[in-house]
Design a protein around this ligand. Structure first.
Ligand code: AMP
Length: 312
């Protein structure tokens, strides 16, 4: 499984990635986590990324792609991975295709997690994370009066709020999502990889939707069906308006005989059969006409010959 989870900030990509890690035993690769870790360690990449992150903008492609290339080289991604927060624009998506193409392991599915904006803002405002294990919580869904502490770590450290999870930055991050990340929906739909789920509701229920979506047909297949319906509707309305469709769908028998004819070698086809094909008829007719035009008038030659013989 080589999966991309696509969705706005706060759509639950991180939470659901962790669930998929448990379920499928493949690692989560989150560019947000990689960048936050680089910032915390004060590495040159982290320092270069810090300002953009605090402003809710995208970090430069070269930085993010460098990190991804390095991470995808790790042995644990050999059997699959869940990309969370990457790619975030078309250039990154194209670079990912190249990277995976080089190792012959293209993406197997992309899931878009749809959540409305009111819910996204509420989720981001209530989001708290554990700095030790990376678990994500939401204060609005925690038991009332519970301390915001990590339940997964033995020493239950206090949870922290990400510095970019404030109201001003959230507006900017959602804008960036609409402008730069949303175009990936069509990009992956055209590639026949896209699945869409409604990611609003209970976390467990969403996990199930996600697992089902991964096993389901991608969006492309559904849009083909939609095209069929649209074609039918167009035919119907054309009929109503008096226009006749000139295209006829060939019957099963006609298709079968066409396939048979295609299998037959051309030489063995009798002239009679070949002449039945309108294409061949046209091909035969043209040169025949040209030959006739170039030939000297046959009647005159014949007559001359006859006259000569008669004289003798
Ligand atoms: P996230 O944890 O995925 O919400 O990411 C937090 C921040 O990290 C984003 O607002 C960006 O500033 C930066 N970031 C994460 N992933 C990417 C990416 N693929 N491309 C550019 N910037 C990113």
């Amino acid at each position: 499984m080589r999966i991309v989870l696509l969705g706005a900030p706060g759509s639950g990509k991180g939470t659901q990635s962790q669930r998929l890690v448990q379920r499928f035993g493949i690692p989560q690769v989150s560019t947000g986590d990689l960048l936050r870790s680089a910032v915390a360690r004060g590495t040159p990449l982290g320092l270069a990324a810090k300002d953009a992150m605090q402003a809710g903008k995208l970090v430069e492609d070269s930085i993010v792609l460098g990190m991804i290339r390095e991470r995808m080289g790790d042995a644990d991604t050999a059997n699959g991975f869940i990309l969370d927060g990457f790619p975030r624009n078309l250039a990154q998506a194209a670079a990912l295709d190249v990277l995976l193409g080089q190792v012959g392991k293209p993406l197997t599915a992309v899931v878009l997690m749809e959540v409305d904006y009111a819910e996204l803002t509420r989720r981001i405002a209530g989001r708290r994370s554990c700095q030790t294990c990376g678990s994500v919580y939401n204060i609005y869904t925690m038991p009332l009066g519970a301390q915001p502490r990590c339940q997964n770590c033995a020493d239950h450290p206090l949870l922290y709020q990400r510095p970019d999870d404030n109201e001003e930055t959230v507006v900017q991050r959602l804008r960036v999502y609409e402008e730069q990340t949303r175009p990936l929906v069509n990009y992956y739909r055209r590639k026949g990889l896209l699945r869409v789920i409604n990611a609003q509701g209970e976390v467990d229920a969403i996990t199930q939707l996600l697992v089902d979506a991964l096993a389901a047909r991608p969006e492309k297949a559904r849009s083909k069906a939609a095209k069929k319906v649209a074609k039918k509707a167009a035919k119907k309305s054309a009929k109503k308006s008096g226009k006749k469709s000139t295209k006829k769908s060939p019957s099963k028998a006609a298709k079968k005989s066409a396939r048979k004819a295609a299998r037959k070698p051309a030489k063995k086809q009798s002239r009679k059969t070949a002449d039945k094909s309108p294409v061949k008829r046209r091909r035969l007719a043209k040169p025949a006409r040209r030959t006739v035009a170039k030939k000297p008038p046959r009647k005159a030659t014949k007559r001359a010959g006859t006259r000569r013989r008669t004289r003798r």
